[in-house]
Design a protein around this ligand. Structure first.
Ligand SMILES: Cc1ncc(COP(=O)(O)O)c(C=O)c1O
Length: 453
């Protein structure tokens, strides 16, 4: 049965409200990433695996607030915990509280690389704090990051996420390109951009910069370029190279932490970094859920005040109450939660692969556990960032637009990804696959067979 189309006539309030937002909010939204896409969505509310716009249209949500809402929208245990905390305790203390201990203890027990931690207010803050700690520990300034990785929007991290192809240099030794204007040129000199999954090139670059290189800020799975998993041996090689060159290994597990496994990618692949950053899933959608932590030897520099880290809202009890409830579910119900996330993701991935194959649409659907993405025009596995960039993004964007118009939402940018939640069931999987099948036919008829360019 063909899905109903959410066209302009069903989006009147949305358009009106978005225009109003644009009057007072620059661009209408407070993050660049949310302005990518063909049609604005103005939210009314979320519920489980769905959200509803102000016109009353329902969407199956595979974006989940860019990943945090691992239990879907409005999970009752988290809301209850936050409500009890704010109504009976308060929103902000700026003194230690039992929740600091409880949440800290649970994260330390779950994540192999975290012996001690500090709370932050966002993933960007956590990675910035981790970089500073690595600089203080090593007495060196430079940071290595992957081409195609997004580690936050701050001056120390915002490079080469989606670099312009006419300026990005060679694949083995990419140029460092700021992700936007306004980042001081002098900061650029502190960033070395390296190719994910090319261990030889990484080793050459680490050795070349070893006297200045403080850390490798590594997404262990390149999850900000679609989904690209590490090839066998890559993370092992990275650990060895960092050890041999006195370079701190930071895992940015903002996306992967508490998602691909309770202990994150480091648990999944068995590689322990020196510092780990977590956010998103660890709070199940609680705003401000973020932390960085590592070996006690490093964290001692925070404790004795050698390194400056602060934040009025860091470790606020409102956020910690949400994180605490999220962690209780993730830890106590571990098998059910991760089993369910993987079942949903596996069903979507198998379904999507089947649809593309049946329609003669070359596509590689890349998956690690509960997250996945499709790269059109490829039949071989996508293991490199520049291979992902060669995907037929126009095909992807038009597919997304058709799906959004039929009430199935995933992000319009090919280098975001799909996320599963515990609120998704077979109903949402079936509905989504039906819509994706319909949209695939439409886009193929319009654009022809996708090709990697
Ligand atoms: C891997 C990674 N690190 C850091 C960040 C920044 O987190 P935040 O948006 O909470 O600042 C993101 C955000 O998407 C991310 O994907």
């Amino acid at each position: 049965m063909a899905a109903n189309i959410i066209d302009d006539s069903h989006l009147e309030k949305t358009q009106e409200m978005f225009a109003k937002c644009q009057e007072v909010i620059s661009g209408g939204e407070s993050s660049y990433a949310r302005l990518i896409g063909t049609r604005p969505i103005v939210m009314e509310r979320g519920e489980g695996a769905y959200f509803f716009d102000v016109d009353g249209n329902a969407y199956v949500d595979w974006c989940l607030g860019y990943g945090p809402m691992i239990f879907g929208h409005r999970p009752k245990p988290l809301l209850d915990s936050i409500i009890v905390q704010i109504t009976q305790g308060g929103m902000l203390y700026t003194f230690p509280h039992e929740l600091d201990y409880e949440v800290g203890r649970k994260i330390v027990q779950a994540v192999p690389g975290i012996e001690q931690l500090r709370f932050a207010n966002s993933g960007s803050e956590a990675t910035q704090a981790a970089i500073r700690l690595a600089r203080a520990y090593t007495g060196k300034d430079k940071v290595m990051k992957w081409e195609g990785s997004y580690n936050g929007f701050l001056d120390s991290q915002a490079y080469s996420h989606v670099p312009a192809a006419d300026a990005w240099g060679t694949e083995k030794f990419p140029r460092t390109l700021p992700s936007g204007a306004g980042i001081p040129r002098v900061m650029e000199e502190t960033v070395v951009v390296a190719p994910f999954n090319d261990i030889e090139a990484v080793e050459v670059l680490v050795k070349r910069h070893r006297d200045q290189l403080a850390c490798v800020l590594a997404e262990p799975i390149l999850a900000d370029a679609g989904i690209i998993q590490p090839v066998p041996g890559f993370l092992e090689g990275l650990r060895r190279i960092c050890d041999e060159n006195d370079v701190v290994l930071i895992f940015d597990e903002v996306i992967t932490g508490f998602r691909v496994s309770l202990g994150g990618a480091q648990e999944l692949y068995g590689i322990t970094p020196d510092i780990t950053c977590v956010a998103k899933a660890v709070g199940g959608g609680t705003p401000g859920a973020a932390a960085f932590g590592g070996k006690k030897e490093l964290m001692e520099l925070e404790a004795d005040g050698t390194v400056l880290h602060g934040g009025t809202y860091s470790g606020n009890p409102m956020t910690l109450a949400g994180m605490n409830a999220a962690l209780d579910i993730l830890i106590n119900d571990r098998e059910r939660v991760y089993g369910h996330l993987n079942t949903i993701a596996n069903a979507m991935v198998a379904g999507m692969r089947g649809i593309f194959e049946e329609n003669g649409v070359p596509a590689y659907v890349s998956q690690v556990g509960p997250m996945w993405q499709v790269f059109f025009g490829h039949e071989e596995p996508v293991t490199r960032y520049r291979q992902a960039r060669a995907s037929d993004t126009r095909f992807f964007e038009q597919l997304q637009t058709e799906c959004q118009a039929r009430g199935v939402y995933f992000h319009n940018f090919n280098f975001e990804r799909f996320f599963a939640s515990t609120a998704h069931t077979k109903t949402e999987v079936d509905r989504s696959l039906e819509v994706i099948a319909e949209a695939t036919k439409i886009v193929k008829d319009r654009l022809g067979v996708p090709t990697a360019g």
